[in-house]
Each structure stands twice: as C-alpha cells, then as structure tokens.
Design a protein around this ligand. Structure first.
Ligand code: AMP
Ligand code: TRP
Length: 341
C-alpha cells in the first residue's frame, strides 16, 4: 500500500547539545542564524539535545546548569520563545521512541562511516558508549518527528543531515510510504565555519585547550577585545577581492567573522577594508564584536539569575513540541505495525 505524497509545510528544526560553553562559532554558525530564520515565514523549532549530550559523561549538576545556560544563550541571541518552539529534548519522550525505530532502520555500515563518530570515538571505540554510535539515528528522529524540511547547521553536521535523509528514504521505501520528508541541511552565510583565533586551519571550539583560540559568549568586552588584538594574522594588508584571501586562512577567518557579525557579504567588507593593515582592521573588528556580543553576555547573565524563568519557558516549549510530535509518532507506529489504542 502506498500513500499519496503529502505536501510538507516548510518547517525549521535544529538542535544544540548542552555540553557546556558557547563560542562565537556557535553564535555565528548556529544561534544567530536560528534567530534570523524566525522572520522568514516558517515555523521554527529549536531543541537543547540533552539526550545527545549524555553520549559522553556529563556530571548531573553540570548538565542542569549547561542546559539552562544554553537556553539563556538561545534567548539572548534573539531566539524568541513566543515565535519559536524552544525546549529540551528529554521533556519530549517521543524523540526516544522514534529514535528506537530509526535504530532499526539505520545500518551499522552507515554509522561507521560518520566522521564525527570516528573523531570522537577514535582508537578507543570499544570503550565508547553505544549511544555515541547510535546518536545520528536519534538526531534523525529529532528532525523527522516534526516533519522538518530545513535544518540550519554548521558544516560539521552536514553528514548527519544526509544520514537523516537516508533514514527517511529507507523507512519510506521499506514501508511503502512517503510519510517522512527529506530534510535539507541549510549551510549558508560567511561563517559556517568559524576558525580558531590561533590557527586558521582549526575550527573554533569550546574544547580547544587555549582559551585565546576562541571568543566565549560569556566573555566580557575586555576579554573580547584582547583576544582579537592577539589573534594570529599575517603581515600583508587586506586584499580588496575574495581571491586574495585564498591562501590566508587567518585573514579570511577574521574577515568572515566581521562580515557575519555585520550582516554583510565578504565582498562588501573587502570593498571597505581592502588595503588596510591588521593594525587598523583589528580594532574595527574588536569594536564590532563588543557591540554585538556584550549585550548577549549581559542578557545571559541576567537569565542565569532566574532559572525558574528559563525552566518555565522550556516546559511550555516542550508542551508545544509534543502537540506536533505526538501525531507523527502515532502514525509512525501504525505504519510499522504496532498495535496501540
Ligand atoms: P557544537 O558546539 O560543536 O555542539 O555545535 C553546535 C552548533 O554550532 C552546530 O550547529 C555546529 O555546526 C555549530 N558550530 C560549532 N562550532 C562552530 C564553528 N567554529 N563555526 C561554525 N559553526 C559552529
Ligand atoms: N548533532 C548536533 C551537534 O552535535 C546536535 C543535534 C542533535 C542536531 N539533533 C539535531 C542538530 C537535529 C540539528 C538537528 O551539534
């Protein structure tokens, strides 16, 4: 029996792990884009994926604090809990239920090819949690539980969204249905990969041992300005065309950051700053970064003083999420042949 192809309403879903510490990379690669997507006429659903976070050990008190801090980061970055559905994953049990079904759809070979699994498990894969291996199937469930069509993520998550499509295709094929949409990764903008301030070939990451390599969303104005002043560069002046940034990873990164913070293209930025030395460009970038980021850290600090306000936003978000998720899960169970009332 084949169902007629349903029309899928465009819907945005994305998630971030509450694994502690938000950087400028998370802001430009994810949070800012999540906020921008709210005004593009699509429903937006954003999830703090605490069940993903425990695929590696998390201290319970730290996990609670990190979840609230991430929620504060979302809100301070402009994600409006009225416009978007904002919640933490474990409050909507349907994620785990659909995740199990997708564990039975995904193949071992698909999971073994995941670059993030290979990087994270490394040589010690026998000792990694089973959850870490299965995690992309849970991510597919996060997305498909809402029939989401657009998934804004950074470069590093593209492979997992492609796997989500493979899971949807196999499910639809095996059960002779067109129930699940094939979601698209949305990877665009000047800063889908913000690089380390110390090494332009490495991603800016909360796990880098050097704090000077990153800007944290909790950094104050002095720390931000200092890190930009000390960022690695080369001795050349800035070019006027993007071509001139090709072999200059550090210069390219700083220009990308400027463009993304200022909602400009790299071309527009270079048209203004081409010919300038870093001694002139860095203070411009520092001023811009402080102007854009310090209101975020101030608002995060305020929200962290009001955990009950955060918790009630997440509970309300979870209730709204469940309204969409429940009928999708129910229909999935029917398709699979599970008897229920
Ligand atoms: P993570 O902090 O690695 O769990 O990533 C959370 C989200 O932020 C994902 O959508 C990532 O793709 C994005 N992200 C993390 N680091 C960066 C970065 N350096 N540049 C751009 N996006 C990033
Ligand atoms: N795997 C993502 C990360 O580590 C987080 C994530 C979980 C996610 N579920 C998702 C992202 C669904 C987008 C859509 O960053």
């Amino acid at each position: 029996m084949t169902e007629a192809a349903p029309q899928f309403t465009p819907r945005v879903f994305s998630g971030i792990q509450p694994s502690g510490g938000l950087t400028l990379g998370n802001y430009l690669g994810a949070l800012k884009r999540f906020a921008d997507a709210q005004d593009q006429g699509m429903e937006t659903i954003y999830c703090m994926v605490d069940m993903h976070a425990i695929t590696v050990w998390q201290d319970p008190d730290a996990l609670r604090r990190q979840t609230r801090e991430l929620a504060a980061g979302f809100i301070a970055s402009g994600v409006d809990p009225e416009k978007s559905i904002l919640y933490n994953q474990s409050q909507v049990g349907e994620h785990a239920q659909l995740g199990w079904i997708f564990n039975c759809v995904a193949r071992m070979g698909w999971m073994q090819r995941m670059t993030q699994w290979k990087d994270k498990a490394g040589k010690n894969s026998q000792n990694a949690s089973l959850g870490l291996f299965a995690y992309p199937a849970l991510m597919a469930a996060d997305i498909l539980l809402y029939h989401a069509t657009h998934v804004p993520v950074g470069e590093d998550q593209k492979q997992h969204v492609e796997l989500t499509r493979d899971i949807a295709i196999k499910f639809n094929h095996d059960y002779g249905t067109e129930f699940f949409p094939l979601p698209e990764p949305v990877i665009e903008g000047a800063a889908t990969r913000v690089m380390s301030l110390r090494d332009g070939t490495k991603k800016m990451s909360k796990s880098d041992p050097s704090d000077m390599s990153r800007i944290n969303l909790t950094d104050d104005a002095d720390a931000i300005a200092n890190k930009i002043r000390k960022a690695r560069t080369d001795p050349e002046a800035l070019p006027s065309e993007t071509e001139g940034l090709k072999e200059r990873a550090e210069a390219r990164n700083l220009v990308n950051i400027y463009a993304a913070l200022n909602d400009q293209t790299v071309e527009q930025v270079l048209a203004d700053v081409g010919g300038k030395q870093f001694s002139e460009f860095k203070p411009m970038l520092a001023d811009l970064a402080v102007a854009k980021l310090s209101p975020i850290s101030t608002e995060m600090a305020r929200l962290m003083e009001a955990p009950e306000e955060i918790d009630s936003i997440l509970t309300r978000g979870a209730d709204r999420a469940r309204e969409i998720a429940q009928p999708v899960l129910k229909r999935t169970l029917e398709i699979v042949g599970m008897v229920h009332g």
